[in-house]
Write a protein that binds this ligand. Structure first.
Ligand SMILES: Cc1ncc(COP(=O)(O)O)c(C=O)c1O
Length: 408
């Protein structure tokens, strides 16, 4: 059972009333975002930091709210650096990701990055040259791609296998030696973003135990003074069974237990979470334009589509939704009862499907389908220009019961 908050429902219907054309829109529930972040940061031990991976949702209004709540921001491009520039007075930032441009590295150094996550031996050489040219010592975490037991993996694994990310354990001794030898590098520790879509807190904690042991061993073996350990992001969102989400309380309790260990007492542990921070505050809305049967399957053709909400095909799931009777509440609207509904958008491709064969008690042309869990990797990962459809509308709830005045 999915709950759509009353404030979101009201705003959705008001947005629909404001325009004659069928509606496609995102609604972001900012008070819910604040409450979620407050809970997450409030549960953490003092030596654990929560950074936000901007790539999950770089919407400036979201970014401002998140930046006010978390310990810092993680960026992975020069574009993201420009975006967070207005926030740099109040929050530290870290710069990771593959394929960094020299110009981006130089800009991050000049902007006073808290740490650069170095992805390879070649990137380290470029960084040394750039730091020397700027006369700035670069704070560095080396990103490791360690061996990882099979049982610790998820369906989106970035480490423990051949990926474009991080430094192979075999190459690591040479890279550490080079970093330690350069006066332009301040090696502060390691970075390991091993996987995404972690839904199980116990499995997550045992992965962390593995990575903590590994990092401590590597530091001891290679003479690295370990000050910061960035253990990545990766907490998942349960899209197909929304009532059962990741057990954050268990995770936070597990962190409290771990930071008591003498070996970890003086090390700052850092996470850079994306999806789990912003997914829950977002809703994508599509208005039903047409209802039709094709080869035995019932379709709803809706305003918008995967060019605005690519998350379902990107994850390969049928996204849950709730049907809100808006214009579709009119007596003359074509209405269906107790159907299995496949939801398609406006694109000329059979891949433009957001939900498949979902059980619906009642649906009518003019109804709004509200997709929850749409606040991360949704609009910003979509192929927005395909077919030249306009962007959806965006509305931000500022109070828990709000009317939609500020839309764009
Ligand atoms: C290096 C790195 N850190 C953090 C994240 C955020 O991951 P998530 O959104 O799963 O928390 C990603 C996502 O791709 C990443 O590549």
């Amino acid at each position: 059972m999915i709950e759509i908050p009353q404030a979101v429902r009201q705003a959705a219907l008001e947005l629909q009333r404001q325009q004659p054309d069928p509606l496609a829109a995102y609604i972001y529930d900012l008070p819910a975002l604040d409450a979620h972040l407050q809970r997450l940061t409030g549960d953490l031990p003092p030596q654990v930091e929560l950074f936000y991976a901007v790539k999950a949702n770089p919407d400036p209004r979201i970014l401002h709210r998140v930046a006010a709540a978390v310990h810092g921001l993680e960026i992975a491009s020069g574009g993201e650096l420009q975006l967070i520039e207005p926030l740099l007075d109040s929050r530290p930032f870290i710069f990771g990701g593959p394929g960094k441009l020299d110009s981006d590295i130089a800009a991050a150094l000049a902007a006073g990055t808290d740490a650069l996550h170095v992805e390879s031996a070649g990137e380290l050489e470029r960084l040394i040259a750039l730091a020397e040219a700027a006369g700035l010592v670069a704070p560095v975490l080396l990103r490791i791609n360690p061996r990882l037991p099979e049982r610790m993996r998820t369906r989106l694994t970035m480490a423990g296998c051949a990926t474009a990310f991080g430094i192979d354990e075999e190459a690591l001794p040479g890279v550490i030696a080079r970093a330690r030898a350069s006066r332009w590098i301040k090696l502060q520790g390691f970075h390991i973003h091993a996987l995404s879509h972690q839904l199980d807190a116990e499995r997550h904690l045992s992965l962390l135990d593995h990575l903590l042991r590994l990092s401590l061993d590597l530091a001891r073996e290679h003479g690295v003074e370990l000050r910061t350990l960035n253990l990545g992001g990766g907490i998942g969102v349960n899209y197909t069974d929304p009532a059962h989400q990741y057990d954050w309380s268990r995770f936070a309790a597990g962190l409290h237990e771990r930071v008591q260990q003498p070996a970890l007492r003086d090390i700052r542990l850092r996470f850079e979470m994306g999806r789990y921070l912003t997914a829950f505050c977002g809703y994508y809305l599509m208005e039903v334009i047409d209802l039709k049967r094709n080869h035995g399957e019932q379709f709803a053709i809706c305003r918008g589509g995967t060019h605005q909400f690519r998350l379902p095909p990107a994850q390969g799931h049928s996204h849950p939704f709730v049907c809100l009777p808006g214009r579709g509440g009119r007596p003359d609207s074509q209405t269906l009862h107790h159907v299995r509904l496949t939801v398609a958008g406006q694109l000329c491709t059979p891949k433009d499907i957001l939900a498949r064969q979902a059980e619906v008690a009642r649906v009518a042309i003019g109804d709004l389908l509200a997709f929850p869990l749409a606040g991360a990797y949704a609009w910003n990962i979509s192929h927005q220009n395909f077919l030249c459809h306009p962007a959806p509308r965006f509305h931000y709830l500022e109070k828990s019961l709000d009317t939609p005045e500020e839309s764009r």
